[in-house]
Design a protein. Structure first.
Length: 110
């Protein structure tokens, strides 16, 4: 004789897994076109989050070099600082987006 409680549990687990898969499929169908534009938009956000600090720091460096001549190149130093700030900024945006994606994945599994 089989244990009816045990079979019921495995059927419940299977039902939950199927329901979660169905939710993911329905969301993927709904967001298919949005995801392409979202991906392109994210690339733009990451690109601009690097480009803006770099350009701002380079502009500041050029201004300092022209206004206050010195043996050191402020443009080069601020370029390196701008790249560092831009990379940190891009890392922030990407990690934030990854957390949001993981959160929606966890919500689907519930």
């Amino acid at each position: 004789m089989s244990n009816p409680g045990r079979g019921s549990t495995s059927q419940d687990d299977l039902g939950r897994k199927i329901a979660a898969q169905e939710k993911r499929k329905m969301r993927a169908r709904r967001e298919r076109e949005e995801s392409i534009w979202f991906g392109l938009g994210m690339m733009g956000v990451v690109g601009w989050s690097v480009a803006i600090p770099v350009l701002a720091c380079v502009a500041l460096g050029i201004w300092i070099d022209r206004t206050y001549p010195s043996p050191h190149s402020w443009t080069l130093m601020l370029l390196i600082i701008g790249v560092g700030l831009g990379v940190l900024n891009a890392w922030y945006w990407v990690s934030r987006e990854r957390k949001m994606i993981e959160k929606t994945g966890e919500d689907d599994n519930e």
